[in-house]
Design a protein around this ligand. Structure first.
Ligand SMILES: Nc1ncnc2c1ncn2[C@@H]1O[C@H](COP(=O)(O)OP(=O)(O)OP(=O)(O)O)[C@@H](O)[C@H]1O
Length: 455
């Protein structure tokens, strides 16, 4: 049983105001928090009757109705304090002997709500931030291939990894640009810090700037809270700018400034943010050609290509093909729960003769398509042929006559989108089927003006 002394101490120390009446409404007790919140001394208040001083308050209502009153918003009678109160009648042996009210000053509640809002926003920001921070997946040990062509690239990349120099990785789609960017980050002193990747072609021009640099609340309609840009997220780590060749000239100018000055202002903010970010850029486009055409700034090109790595195509390193095929089959066995042991010599020969326009990604997709429906442990020419020797001339397009390649591309992309749908997942699957990256698919949809709304 609690002693009276303890009960008094509890009433004295709580932050909420407490007021007690007898059954006739005479105020018999108020705690110190009551006096603090209302400014009314104990002696004054305990001379009053609640029906006189606050007839519409929660305490009077609880006494009158014999029911609990919750969330009642009033001014405390005899003071200016606006409060939110909960009152209950006190019942002993079935009879009401009085009532008690507990309340808090409304400004305290507003403050609590604001604190809660601030904490909720902070949690949302942190979870956004967390969701965007990806750990880099590959190291140099994951780069398969002993050919001189890939060996030279690995050597350059390993050297670059030790410094913080900007690196430009060039190569056709699917040659491993992202793998190399990961390995450079992982192989250097920033490996424990964030690796942030952004695909400049997959994000509309209008959004790319705010994705990269963030914005301040109120920077434009709909900017309800601050947004952290990828440059800030990558602080002390690496920012991988994939498909840099697709960045527009205005943004190229801003990027150049950031690379030179190592600081920037988020959109709509006058706060300057200093950053320590190593930039790795990549593209499958011919940047020098774009520079000649005035579509890519020459000064940015030189700023990015402090170290330049030109990844060989698969057809330029066919000697790596058996090792790559084995590596891919092993990881597909794990993914698909299969026990495929490899390819027949004839199948491998056919692979070497094919020109692999989609490079390693295409090889992965071809092998996966074969392995999901394979009955035996060996992949033979029979399974391989429909995928690599006929190319576009397969049974899907017998009715097509001779026509320019870009027409065929447009038809195939439209068909793939019709088959898989135009949602992001649909596009991902369509890109996978077509052996192109998602960014390339977005590019071609734009280039050929394929109206996804009609699909
Ligand atoms: N040397 C390699 N060893 C093993 N796997 C590789 C190698 N290079 C690439 N790959 C695999 O090939 C696929 C494509 O690689 P990646 O995404 O790095 O290519 P990319 O050049 O960035 O393509 P894109 O330009 O289309 O974005 C990935 O699944 C990757 O794991």
């Amino acid at each position: 049983m609690l002693s009276l002394g303890i009960i008094a101490a509890v009433l004295d120390s709580v932050q909420e105001a407490i007021e007690v009446t007898d059954k006739d409404g005479n105020i018999i007790y108020v705690n110190p928090a009551f006096c603090r919140i209302t400014g009314i001394p104990f002696e004054t208040r305990t001379k009053e009757n609640i029906f006189n001083i606050s007839p519409e308050g929660a305490l009077a209502l609880a006494l009158k109705t014999g029911k609990s009153i919750t969330g009642h918003r009033t001014k405390v009678g005899g003071s200016n304090a606006e409060v939110i109160s909960n009152a209950v009648p006190m019942v002993v042996n079935g009879e009401i002997i009085g009532a008690v009210v507990i309340f808090q000053h409304i400004t305290d509640i507003i403050k609590l709500i604001e604190d809660l809002k601030r904490s909720t926003n902070m949690i949302r920001d942190l979870s956004d931030k967390y969701g965007q921070v990806t750990q880099s997946k590959y190291g140099f040990e994951n780069i398969v291939g002993g050919s001189a062509a890939i060996g030279d690239c690995i050597k350059t990349a390993q050297m670059a990894a030790r410094s913080s120099s900007t690196v430009l990785i060039l190569g056709e789609s699917g040659t491993g640009k992202e793998v190399f960017a990961n390995a450079i980050h992982n192989g250097g002193p920033r490996r424990d810090n964030p690796f942030i990747a952004i695909n400049c072609a997959a994000i509309p021009d209008t959004l790319l700037e705010s994705e990269l640099f963030g914005y301040a609340r109120g920077a434009f309609t709909g900017a309800l809270k601050d947004k952290i840009g990828k440059f800030s997220l990558a602080h002390s780590g690496t920012l991988f700018l994939d498909e840099i060749g697709d960045m527009n000239l205005l943004l190229q100018a801003k990027l150049l400034r950031v690379l030179q000055e190592r600081e920037f202002e988020p959109l709509g903010s006058n706060r300057t943010i200093s950053i320590d970010v190593r930039v790795i850029a990549a593209t499958n486009r011919n940047l020098k050609q774009l520079v000649r055409e005035g579509k890519f700034r020459e000064d940015l090109y030189y700023r990015l290509s402090v170290v330049e790595i030109n990844l060989p195509t698969l057809r330029e390193r066919t000697e790596d093909l058996p090792e790559l095929a084995n590596h891919i089959i092993t990881s597909l066995n794990r993914k698909l729960g299969r026990k495929v042991v490899g390819l027949t010599a004839e199948a491998l020969g056919a692979m070497s003769g094919y020109n692999w326009p989609g490079n390693i990604r295409e090889m992965e997709n071809v092998l996966e398509r074969i392995m999901v429906s394979l009955d035996s442990e060996l992949i033979t020419i029979k399974e391989l042929a429909p995928h690599i020797t006929m190319g576009l001339g397969n049974q899907d397009v017998p009715e097509l006559g001779l026509m320019p390649l870009d027409h065929i591309e447009k038809i195939m992309i439209t068909r793939a989108l019709e088959k898989y749908g135009v949602s992001v997942e649909g596009k991902r699957q369509a890109a996978k089927f077509l052996n192109i990256s998602l960014a390339t698919l977005y590019n071609k949809v734009k280039k050929y003006n394929i109206l996804t709304s009609n699909i």
